[in-house]
Design a protein. Structure first.
Ligand code: RP5
Length: 163
């Protein structure tokens, strides 16, 4: 199926976090592609990827990076597609550097910034599905099911000692 979401990340080392976005998109029936695209190691590839994403049919980009995490912002600079940024947890500063690098975009070029690490990766996928749900009823229905299932999981096992 034609991918609607592009998941990109700055390094193979980001996959441990970003695989949660991929897994969640799978659960939500959203077709996606995954690529390692580094803003500082492969800047030309990044420009090419971001500039061509729209004409290739991509509708949302999820970009994960750690440290001086300029990948989401540079991607947003080269496309008008919505870009969702996932701050990957860094060793030195536990992802606070990644978060601030991604969230503090100057006015005019937004990056929708999620939480640090796994939660951010999962929520980026859910948010991508919410955006796509405006146009694709089957994705909106999958998102409704996903939310209902997690509600039921809590309601069916309310006692933490019985988990
Ligand atoms: C960033 O530098 C990547 O997004 C990654 O989070 C971080 C470390 O990369 P590696 O040195 O592990 O390749 O570009």
């Amino acid at each position: 199926m034609q991918p609607l979401v592009g998941i990109i990340m700055g390094s193979m080392s980001d996959w441990e976090t970003m695989r949660h976005a991929a897994q969640t998109l799978d659960e939500l029936d959203v077709p996606f592609e995954t690529h390692i695209v580094s803003a500082h190691r492969t800047p030309d590839l990044l420009f090419e990827y971001a500039a061509s994403a729209e004409e290739r049919g991509i509708e949302v980009i999820i970009a994960g990076a750690g440290g001086a995490a300029h990948l989401p912002g540079m991607t947003a600079a080269k496309t008008v597609l919505p870009v969702l940024g996932v701050p990957v947890e860094s060793h030195a500063l536990r992802g606070l550097d990644s978060l601030l690098s991604i969230v503090q975009m100057p006015a005019g070029v937004p990056v929708g910034t999620l939480a640090i690490g796994r939660a951010g990766a999962i929520n980026a996928a859910i948010l991508a599905a919410a955006i796509l749900g405006n146009r694709y009823p089957h994705i909106r229905a999958a998102l409704r099911r996903f939310r209902e299932q997690q509600t039921q999981r809590v309601l069916l096992s309310p006692d933490p000692r019985e988990q």
